[in-house]
Write a protein that binds this ligand. Structure first.
Ligand code: FPP
Length: 243
């Protein structure tokens, strides 16, 4: 399938817990299975020449989960980064983490920094993991960074859209297509600014069942949409001819 017109896909990977429950296993088993889906989708995006993939792995609200689940998730991040970073690097994937890193332990922070450092010059897929991330935090953080840097827009008391974007996570990049798995129809505080004009695809498929075929269904949906960004003109009519 041609999907060269999509540059950036974001995903709310939901349904690990329900997937585990369905199979009579503990929730942790669903999260482990979710890592396999990440691997499949990262490879599929590379093959489909998607430039950027942003995955919502841990929200600023996920700390409210039972302590043992939070602990498990954090150790799974640590273990998975270590386990897959070389593969990602060999596949020319650039890894990047967004979110408030101040709450993480030094081991996890080291893994994150090492992965970002090792893959920083890679030019294939850019893979962003949002961890301890919230869309409201991102916007507040952008303002605070702007204030601290004494940016000219602050001196002139005239903050513009591009100034906020300069300090947001992903530096102004915004997803063309947001996918949310597992049947809920909400944004859950995920990149509120960056998704202002994204197409949104909801599927009942649980994240551990999400594979290349499911990704192609989402891409097919996207290719049929008309993107007008508030105008009357489809900015990309040629896309539908490819679909
Ligand atoms: C949502 O399912 C999933 C999560 C909160 C965690 C997703 C994280 C991963 C798959 C690992 C990410 C890996 C790295 C390296 C950062 P849920 O538990 O909310 O499922 P439910 O809605 O069925 O309960």
């Amino acid at each position: 399938m041609s999907s060269s017109k999509i540059s950036h896909i974001s995903i709310i990977m939901d349904g690990n817990g329900r997937w585990a429950k369905k199979t009579g296993m503990p929730r942790a088993f669903g999260h482990r299975e979710g890592i396999k889906s990440i691997n499949k989708i990262v490879s599929a995006c590379s093959v489909r020449q998607i430039e950027e993939l942003t995955l919502f792995a841990f929200s600023s609200e996920n700390w409210k989960r039972p302590n043992h689940e939070v602990k498990f998730l954090l150790s799974l991040f640590e273990e998975s980064i270590q386990k897959y970073v070389d593969d990602l690097h060999n596949n020319n994937v650039k890894v990047n983490f967004i979110g408030d890193m101040s709450k993480f332990n030094n081991r996890l922070l080291k893994n994150i920094n090492d992965a970002e450092k090792l893959t920083k010059d890679n030019t294939n897929l850019k893979l962003n993991f949002a961890i301890n991330y919230g869309g409201k935090w991102d916007i507040i953080n952008s303002f605070n960074k702007m204030l601290k840097s004494n940016h000219e827009s602050i001196q002139e008391k005239n903050v513009k859209e591009k100034d906020i974007e300069e300090f947001l996570a992903l530096n102004g990049s915004s997803p063309d297509l947001l996918i949310r798995t597992a049947g809920h129809y909400r944004l859950s505080n995920f990149m509120l600014w960056q998704h202002a004009y994204s197409e949104i695809y909801f599927t009942d498929c649980l994240w551990p069942d999400f594979d290349e075929q499911e990704l192609d269904l989402a891409i097919k949906y996207y290719l049929k949409t008309t993107r007008k960004f508030g105008s009357l003109v489809d900015i990309n009519p040629s896309v539908k001819e490819d679909a």
